[in-house]
Design a protein around this ligand. Structure first.
Ligand SMILES: NC(=O)c1ccc[n+]([C@@H]2O[C@H](COP(=O)([O-])OP(=O)(O)OC[C@H]3O[C@@H](n4cnc5c(N)ncnc54)[C@H](O)[C@@H]3O)[C@@H](O)[C@H]2O)c1
Length: 380
């Protein structure tokens, strides 16, 4: 007997995330491995139906990957009962309208973050999905990064003692687009088009901090636009109206202070594009996308401050690599498989629209904190 298959409407697959991570590395990769394994031992295949605005681009992707279904007509894709799931990875600004339509059509919904530009819109999505009784989920891929899984393992194993602080450094240089093409889409740099690093990254920091360390009690952020002018995909100069760097301080329950810099205007002098240093009474760790290094209290050197002498200690040599001890799959794919199991056999899926709305709330408070120059409390 051949495995069952379900239709998955995928809107926004001509984009960066939609094509690479969601279509190729998740949905098509799941089919290549024979589908999603269910609890009863059966498997379910995914039948992607690509939706977008540009028929040439859709037809090309479909042909490149042997995909039968594509359309520019979202309503028609939603009207088809074979399509059980609607997935949205469009530009953020286009999300709410399309998701509401899909909820109305009775589809289960999976969506990229942020699920909306404002907290009230995000809550409205959560409420609409609940009222209609459709399952809903938001991409929270960073939780499945090998480096963060190792960090979680350290926390669960009690490695840190009492955790005191978390210091996150995220960023890299995004070219302005004049003499070298920018490596991110230009809408990211226009507030009027849903751009900005706070709306982009604070939803990630919210679920990372709250899943690993504790609920966020307050937010202080300074969001700035360091590069005021950029050049877009067509070679046109435009004013960058959105924040392109944000310096945030998050107070967590238990008194943990998390400080996270997010910037598209820094040159990388780290081992990975994001790194979190966690310091606890019994040990410290530095976790990146893939790797994680630790230093236990018993092996902590005793540096003595003396600017008159050249530094001879190689501090980074005093850290120890955390072993993999497991095989790590693509995080986007893991979450897709979880969501499919949630839809088909009601398996648990904690990353719902309510948690997606929490991320938007933290971003909104970050922007307000920056505008008002205040540290803002977060409701529990
Ligand atoms: N999980 C993550 O790590 C991660 C990383 C980057 C982006 N994202 C999110 O994914 C979404 C897409 O980001 P991206 O970087 O792939 O952007 P992108 O610009 O590369 O792709 C956007 C997609 O939306 C479509 N689109 C553009 N303008 C539109 C409009 N006005 N109406 C309808 N569709 C439109 C495009 O055709 C394209 O298919 C965003 O919401 C972003 O926040 C998530």
């Amino acid at each position: 007997m051949s495995p069952r298959s379900i239709g998955v409407v995928m809107n926004g697959v001509t984009g960066r995330m939609g094509y690479r991570q969601h279509l190729v590395r998740s949905v098509l990769a799941i089919n290549e491995q024979g589908g999603v394994a269910l609890a009863d031992g059966s498997r379910i295949m995914l039948k992607p139906v690509l939706v977008g605005r540009n028929p040439e681009k859709l037809a090309k992707i479909a042909a490149d990957h042997g995909i039968a279904g594509w359309t520019t007509d979202l309503d028609a894709a939603l009207a088809d009962d074979d399509n059980l799931i609607y997935f949205d990875t469009q530009v953020t600004q286009a999300r709410v309208k399309a998701v509401l339509k899909a909820v109305e059509a009775g589809k289960h919904i999976y969506a990229e973050k942020p699920i909306a530009e404002t907290f009230s819109d995000a809550l409205a999505l959560a409420e609409a999905a609940t009222a209609k009784g459709v399952k809903n989920g938001v991409v929270q891929d960073k939780l499945f990064l090998p480096g963060l899984l190792k960090l979680k393992r350290l926390i669960d194993g009690g490695f840190f003692g009492r955790i005191l602080s978390v210091r996150g450094e995220f960023g890299y240089w995004v070219f302005e687009g004049d003499w070298q093409a920018a490596q991110r889409p230009s809408w990211n740099y226009r507030a009027e088009d849903g751009g900005g690093i706070v709306l982009d990254m604070f939803p990630h920091w919210a679920y990372v901090l709250e899943n690993l360390f504790g609920r966020i009690r307050s937010v202080y952020a300074q969001a700035v636009t360091h590069v005021p002018e950029r050049v877009d995909e067509r070679g046109m100069t435009y004013p960058a109206t959105a924040d392109d760097a944000a310096y945030g301080v998050f107070e967590l329950e238990g008194g943990i202070i998390a400080q996270i810099n997010s910037s598209w205007n820094v040159r990388v002098n780290r081992d990975e594009l994001v790194e979190f240093q966690v310091d606890g009474t019994h040990g410290s760790a530095v976790a990146g996308l893939r790797n994680c290094r630790v230093q236990h209290r018993a092996t902590t050197p005793k540096p003595v401050w003396n600017p008159d002498l050249p530094a001879t200690a190689r501090f980074r040599d005093d850290w120890q690599e955390v072993p993999d001890n497991a095989e790590f799959d693509n995080g986007f794919k893991i979450q897709w498989e979880m969501f499919i199991r949630h839809v088909i056999e009601d398996a648990p899926f904690p990353y719902d629209f309510v948690s997606g709305a929490r991320g938007v709330r933290i971003a909104e408070l970050g922007l307000r904190s920056s505008a008002e120059g205040l540290r803002l409390p977060v409701e529990p």
